[in-house]
Design a protein around this ligand. Structure first.
Ligand code: ACO
Length: 428
């Protein structure tokens, strides 16, 4: 392959280097484009063709359905590792030794407490507030209670900021749910594993012991691993671009949480369940909703289907589908919503509209179903996604800061009015 790409504008030729990634992905390096052409830019709404950075964290190939964290396949990680190991791998680049993992967990546990005044902020929210809004606010508020900025050149300061947020975030997650359901707030137990403690903090009732169910612990562990990173998606790009102004880690994460909330991104798992509920309320006619999804005059989309990057299958969806079947049969869950989900899945996989456009069930189609089986309320689904994505966001923020990336500042093609003289208010 040639190592240069040539661009011709108005008869003038410009050459740009071709760069190749470690998985042979090819990119044209246009850093010099504006300077050499006298101001020409590229335009690519939605960034479908634009790489915003170089990254050594996650590789995915949407055509082949490959997803790897730091070179390890998602299938192997989901089967053999636990969430904390995967978090360590994403953030520090290598799988931890047992000693490193134990130390990491001990350090996280030291920070598994939040300032009690955070409860006052939580109290001020109405019970009707969506947990994602509450979580974004509380995560941002953590900055006020931990105001020291991180010196990104210090490994120690970086490490401390990381274990601090990994310790505090699950508490905020659990509290958003407990607040909504009028449950007293709880700090969990440091004697438990990271994921066990999350379940404990979410579900422990004040009047009874919480008994861990290994099926639920395993399913949640898997779900968190599957969501832990996904390279430069909307929320991760938001975290990186927010941090690129040298805003701190916690506020950058808060911005990522807000970006994740939307139904075209992390909000899809909630939207899937709401869609299934609506279909059930409407008599369970899946064919009617398939027609709506295909009707270009109708804004309805089949939630949980399609993906910007995976155009053959979502490897996470494959893993989670098996886990969903296991969890639901182990727990003996009988749920008409699941029958509707299975019906829609079958019809869509056979329908030329979906097949031709390569629209397959994505990870969110199944994750919502498992969360429902686990007794997690629908409005918490996207919060659970945020909990899983936390290590990915941290590692991407860390990579962006340690590589000293410049502030993210895209250009635009202006299409508004050209100069016009100001009109006095009486002449408008
Ligand atoms: N239902 C019906 N039609 C769909 C759907 C859907 N879920 N998704 C895409 N299409 C159609 C579009 O109408 C379009 O049709 P056309 O070519 O006839 O105009 C074609 O498929 C391509 O769709 P785009 O919107 O261009 O695809 P894009 O890659 O931009 O969007 C997205 C991907 C946003 C995920 C989209 O498929 C969607 O809205 N899905 C539903 C929401 C969802 O499940 N989001 C979760 C994503 S996974 C995650 O965030 C973890």
């Amino acid at each position: 392959m040639s190592d240069k790409a040539t661009l011709e504008i108005n008869g003038e030729k410009y050459e740009f280097p071709i760069v190749v990634g470690s998985e042979n992905e090819v990119a044209i390096d246009i850093k010099a484009l504006r300077g050499s052409t006298g101001g020409v830019i590229t335009i690519d709404p939605g960034y479908k063709n634009t790489g915003s950075c170089e990254s050594a964290i996650t590789f995915l190939d949407g055509e082949k359905g490959i997803l790897r964290y730091r070179g390890y396949s998602i299938e192997e990680l989901a089967e053999k590792a636990d969430f904390l190991e995967v978090a360590y791998l994403l953030i520090f680049g290598e799988l931890p030794t047992q000693e490193e993992l134990d130390q990491f967990h001990t350090d996280i546990k030291k920070h598994a407490v939040v300032d009690d005044d955070i409860k006052k902020i939580l109290d001020a929210f109405p019970k009707s507030a969506h947990p994602m809004g509450v979580l974004a606010s509380l995560t941002s508020a953590l900055t006020a209670f931990n105001p020291t900025s991180v010196n990104v050149d210090s490994d120690e300061e970086m490490y401390n900021a990381i274990v601090r947020i990994l310790g505090k975030f699950p508490i905020l997650v659990a509290w958003t749910m407990r607040k909504k359901h009028g449950m007293p707030l709880d700090y969990g137990s440091t004697s438990l594993g990271y994921v066990e403690n999350i379940l404990h903090m979410m579900f422990k009732r004040p009047d009874e012991e919480y008994t861990q169910n290994p099926i639920l612990v395993n399913a949640l562990d898997k779900l968190l691993i599957l969501h832990a990173d996904h390279e430069q998606n909307c929320s991760t790009s938001t975290v990186r671009i927010t941090g690129s102004s040298h805003a701190g880690l916690f506020v950058s994460l808060s911005a990522g949480i807000s970006a994740l909330w939307g139904p075209l991104h992390g909000g899809a798992n909630q939207a899937v369940l709401e869609m299934l509920e609506a279909i059930k309320e409407d008599g369970g006619d899946t064919k009617k909703y398939m027609s709506k999804a295909k009707d270009k005059e109708d804004p309805f989309r089949l939630m949980g289907f399609g993906h910007r990057v995976y155009k053959n299958f979502d490897p996470r969806a494959k893993i989670i589908k098996v886990a969903a079947d296991d969890v639901l049969s182990d727990l003996g869950v009988q749920d008409p919503i699941l029958d509707i989900a299975k019906g829609l899945e079958k019809e869509a996989l056979e329908d030329p509209y979906f097949v031709d456009r390569k629209l397959y069930p994505n990870v969110d189609f199944y994750s919502g179903i498992i969360y429902r089986g686990m007794g997690i309320p629908t409005e918490m689904f996207t919060v659970m996604f945020a909990l899983g994505r936390l290590p990915g966001w941290i590692s991407q923020w860390k990579e962006m800061r340690t590589r000293k990336e410049p502030i993210g500042r895209p250009r635009q093609l202006y299409t508004g009015e050209t100069y016009r003289p100001f009109k006095d208010i009486t002449n408008r």
